[in-house]
Ligand binder design. Sequence first.
Ligand code: SF4
Length: 214
Amino acid sequence: MDAKFVAKEERDWRPAPAPETSSLATLKNAAKTCTACHLFRHATQTVFGEGAKGAKLMLLGEQPGDQEDLAGKPFVGPAGKILDRALEEAGIDRGEVYVTNTVKHFKWEPRGKRRIHKKPNSREIAACRPWLEAELRVVRPGLLVCLGATAAQAVFGPTFRVTRERGKVLKSEIAPKIVATVHPSSLLRQPDEESREREYKLFVADLRVAVKAL
Ligand code: SF4
């Protein structure tokens, strides 16, 4: 692809046109046709949040991955499976949680035949923010769990460090209580079984802090 074209395409964004509504279905439907940033061009579909209006707990990830992009559902890939296991261990029923992402389209780059995850940048996060704000307005969770740096920095700003602040009950204007922790995909990237297990336990401990704070 032409580098200049990509740069222009990426520079061209506006805030997503989230409608004023109290209906999650209306929001989800409107997001299907969102073209506020260039990410819709190379993804299969918008992956909107899932869960009940009025869920007490909202989980916020970074963006859909390869499998989520194909399925149109958040956290159904390998990271989602770890999340499901950890939620269960922390005593959280995924069916009662609202799960979403900071950015609703899969950003990727080709590597051979594979689509490799690419971190969304500040323009893409800003473009997508109205969808997240609308979800928060409608769901009104008592507690938001930020999964990973992209989600946490979208809430607290770019200087926020998950490694320093994880597992604490924090406050922000966008939700009464917030707990930041790692993204479950980081557990998949651990170099060996021992560190994977250690990080998994820390992840579950952070989720338990969220349950306790609810
Ligand atoms: S990533 Fe968000 S803002 Fe960009 S096109 Fe998709 S839904 Fe719209």
